[in-house]
Design a protein around this ligand. Structure first.
Ligand SMILES: *Cc1c(COP(=O)(O)O)cnc(C)c1O
Length: 351
C-alpha cells in the first residue's frame, strides 16, 4: 500500500443492477414499464433552456408544495432529494447519531448497510423469520434508530399499519424511518400515522410507481421539526440538489393523479396474473405487494435460470448469498414483456 493510501476512506459500495445498453426485456431493477405522465414530456420539451444559466430554486418550493397538496400535509413537512437514496443517506446522517446500534432487517435494501458503514453508524440486523417476515419483537430493544422498507425488499412483503404502529409505539425515543419505495403497489401508507408520531419519517420515491428513475427524485414526509433538521444537513452539504428539469418534471408527474393511478393499477393486475404463471411453472414466492416477485424453484438453480434468461435477452436480478441464493427477483413489466419472460422460462425449465 502506498503511504497516501493509508488515510483514504475505504468502503464496500452498493452494487446497482445492470443497465445494459442494448434493448432487452429489463426486469432487473424494478423500473416502471410505462412512460412517465404525458405532462412530463410536455414540460421538458417546452423547457426554457436559457433558464439553465441560473441555479435552480434551492428550496424546491414548486415540487414541495405539489407533494404537500397530494398528501394533504403542510409544505413544511416535505423534504425532496436526488432520488430516495439521497434522502435516505441524508436521513442516516441527520438522525442516527446516538452511538447506539440502529436496527434494520438482515434481508433488506442493501444500501442501509453501506450507509451505516460509510457514516460509521453501528448497526444490528435482526433476522427475518423462515417466511421472510420481519419479527416486530426484534425491534422492541434499546436502539439508535430504526429503518425498514414496507413493502420489504427484495421479498415484497407488506405489513399493515398496525404492525408499523406497534414498532413506533415501542420506539418513541428514536427516529423510525419507513422506506415506502413500493407503497403505491401495496396498501395504506404510514403517512396516516404522522399525526400521532412525531418521530416517524416516511420516505418515498419517483423511481418506481411514478416511472421516473432516470430523473432522480425522492422525498421524505414527516413532522416539521424533522424536516427542518434534514434541511439543515442538506444545506451543509449541497444547496442545489434538485435540477430545474427535475423540478419541472416532478411537478407535472404529481399533478396527473389519474395517470399515476391507472398505470399503478395495471402493474398490480399484471403482478397478480404473473403469480399464477410462476406457480404453474413450479415456482414459489412470498406474497409480494410490490412491483416485483421474489421467486424460487425447487428443481432449478436460480443462478442458472438467471444466466439462461440473460442469453434470451431477459434480465432479472440474482443476488446470491446464503439465504437468497436460490431466489430471483423479477420486476413486473408490461403483460407483453411478462409473456416473453414466461415463454423463455418455459423453454429453460423443460430443456
Ligand atoms: C428503489 C429503492 C430505493 C431508491 O430509489 P431511488 O431511485 O434512489 O429513489 C430506496 N429504497 C428501496 C427499498 C428501493 O427499492
Amino acid at each position: 500500500m502506498k503511504k497516501w493510501e493509508e488515510n483514504i476512506r475505504k468502503v464496500e459500495p452498493y452494487v446497482p443492477g445492470e443497465q445494459p445498453q442494448k434493448k432487452v426485456i429489463k426486469l432487473n431493477t424494478n423500473e416502471n414499464p410505462y412512460p412517465p405522465a404525458p405532462g412530463v414530456a410536455k414540460a421538458l420539451n417546452s423547457m426554457d433552456t436559457d433558464e439553465l444559466r441560473k441555479y435552480p430554486d434551492p428550496t424546491s418550493e414548486s415540487l414541495v408544495c405539489e407533494m404537500a397538496k397530494f398528501y394533504g400535509v403542510k409544505k413544511e413537512q416535505v423534504f425532496v432529494g436526488v432520488g430516495s437514496d439521497d434522502v435516505l443517506a441524508m436521513s442516516f446522517l441527520t438522525f442516527f447519531n446516538s452511538g447506539k446500534p440502529i436496527l434494520f432487517p438482515d434481508l433488506t435494501y442493501s444500501f442501509y448497510k453501506v450507509w451505516a458503514e460509510l457514516f460509521g453508524i453501528p448497526y444490528e440486523c435482526p433476522k427475518l423469520d423462515k417466511d421472510f417476515r420481519i419479527q416486530r419483537q426484534d425491534y422492541y430493544k434499546e436502539n439508535g434508530g430504526i429503518i425498514f422498507p414496507n413493502p420489504n425488499a427484495p421479498t415484497g412483503i407488506y405489513e399493515n399499519l398496525d404492525f408499523v404502529e406497534d414498532i413506533l409505539k415501542h420506539n418513541e425515543d428514536v427516529i423510525v424511518i419507513v422506506d415506502e419505495a413500493y407503497i403505491d403497489f401495496a396498501g395504506p401508507s404510514a403517512v396516516l400515522l404522522l399525526e400521532k408520531y412525531d418521530n416517524l419519517l416516511v420516505v418515498q420515491t419517483f423511481s418506481k410507481a411514478r416511472s421516473m428513475a432516470g430523473m432522480r427524485i425522492g422525498y421524505a414526509i414527516g413532522n416539521e421539526r424533522l424536516i427542518r433538521y434534514l434541511n439543515d444537513v442538506k444545506y451543509s452539504f449541497n444547496s442545489y440538489t434538485m435540477s430545474r428539469a427535475a423540478l419541472l418534471a416532478g411537478v407535472e408527474s404529481v399533478r396527473d393523479r389519474s395517470y399515476f393511478e391507472k398505470t399503478t393499477e395495471e402493474i398490480i393486475k399484471t403482478r397478480e396474473w404473473a403469480k399464477g404463471e410462476f406457480l404453474r411453472l413450479g415456482f414459489s414466492f412470498p406474497d409480494s405487494k410490490a412491483n416485483f416477485l421474489f421467486v424460487t424453484h425447487p428443481d432449478h438453480e436460480a443462478k442458472e435460470i438467471f444466466e439462461k434468461l440473460k442469453e434470451c435477452d431477459v434480465y432479472v436480478r440474482y443476488f446470491g448469498g446464503e439465504r437468497t441464493g436460490r431466489y430471483l427477483r423479477v420486476s413486473i413489466g408490461t403483460k407483453e414483456e411478462m409473456e416473453k419472460l414466461f415463454d423463455a422460462l418455459g423453454r429453460i425449465l423443460t430443456r
